[in-house]
Design a protein around this ligand. Structure first.
Ligand code: CP
Ligand code: NVA
Length: 310
């Protein structure tokens, strides 16, 4: 039976049940089909999404804005620099005010707690468009992409090579919820947050998933169905970039690493990629890569999320 998700905040995959994640993925499939058939579908006619951006974005901004348009609604871009938020208005007051005008808020910011607070004081759904801790819309979209290509999620092995960052954390939560075997392979000092590891392992006990932390890329990719990577220095860590190049030099996803994985391994990256750093041109442009299908699916998944919660 369908779960009524109207009014839900989407802040972390950990907060969703497996059924709710499946409902998002199933709804995505329907909306993607409608769009491919050029079928007009306007469930959000007359509704407005506010999009607060404190960090840059190509995919998230464009896919939410276009998605809202395709669903018959309107999307309002709100640069944090232009909001009174930047001049000291509290998150709580911002939330109370925006709730009087809008039907939903998507926010991309640094502090995860800001998104939690925004949701607490808003009477409308809040969608996390990336924080320093998590990137749930990306991973819901990635789960959809994997399921679309492999027809399953349960039992698949996904190896993430790189920084134990927001992407690693959301992949751990998403994989744990959906019964996958997630291996996070990071250099010493860059492992995922221990609390995220603990919570995802707790979720994993209910689905048969496993969450493994490993620091040896060659061992980590053995039998992997999916190899995933992300930038070594995330937004907000720009000044650590040079130092991180040294720490991560053995953690590049390149052709020789791929030789240790399954022949049909899929390579994924949330993008933007720093070509020649965490991934080579040869791999990202090669036959195993599905990175642009992933990027496209952001649109379809976020439309499903908005249609379900708004
Ligand atoms: N993957 C992703 O969120 O891309 P943007 O930073 O361009 O939005
Ligand atoms: N870890 C990256 C993801 C970008 C989509 C960052 O936070 O910058």
């Amino acid at each position: 039976m369908a779960v009524d998700m109207k009014g839900y905040d989407v802040i972390s995959i950990h907060d969703l049940s497996r059924e709710e994640v499946e409902q998002i993925l199933d709804t995505t499939h329907i909306l993607k089909m409608k769009q491919k058939l050029a079928e007009i579908y306007h469930p959000l006619k007359g509704k407005t999404l506010g999009m607060i951006f404190q960090k840059s974005s190509t995919r998230t901004r464009v896919s939410f804005e276009v998605g809202m348009y395709q669903l018959g609604g309107y999307a309002l871009f709100l640069s944090a620099n232009d909001l009174q938020l930047n001049r000291g208005e509290t998150i709580a007051d911002t939330a109370r005010n925006l709730s009087r005008y809008l039907d939903g808020i998507m926010i991309r910011t640094y502090s995860h707690q800001d998104v939690v607070d925004l949701a607490e004081y808003s009477s409308i759904p809040v969608i996390n468009g990336l924080t320093d801790l998590l990137h749930p819309c990306q991973v819901l979209s990635d789960l959809f992409s994997i399921r679309e290509k492999k027809q399953q999620l349960d039992g698949l092995k996904l190896t993430y090579i790189g920084d134990g960052n927001n992407m690693a954390h959301s992949l751990m939560f998403g994989g744990a919820k959906m019964g996958m075997h997630v291996v996070i392979c990071s250099p010493s000092g860059f492992e995922p947050d221990p609390e995220i590891t603990r919570l995802s392992r707790l979720d994993a006990t209910k689905t048969g998933a496993t969450i493994t932390i490993n620091d040896d890329p060659i061992d980590a990719v053995k039998n992997a169905d999916v190899i995933y990577t992300d930038v070594w220095a995330s937004m907000g860590q720009e000044e650590e970039h040079e130092e991180r190049l040294k720490s991560f030099s053995d953690y590049q996803v390149n052709s020789s690493l791929l030789e240790n994985a399954r022949e049909d391994v899929m390579v994924m990256h949330c993008l933007p990629a720093h070509r020649g750093e965490e991934i080579t041109d040869e791999v990202i442009d090669g036959p195993h890569s599905i990175v642009f299908d992933q990027a496209e699916n952001r649109l379809h998944v976020q439309k499903a999320i908005m249609a379900l919660v708004m």
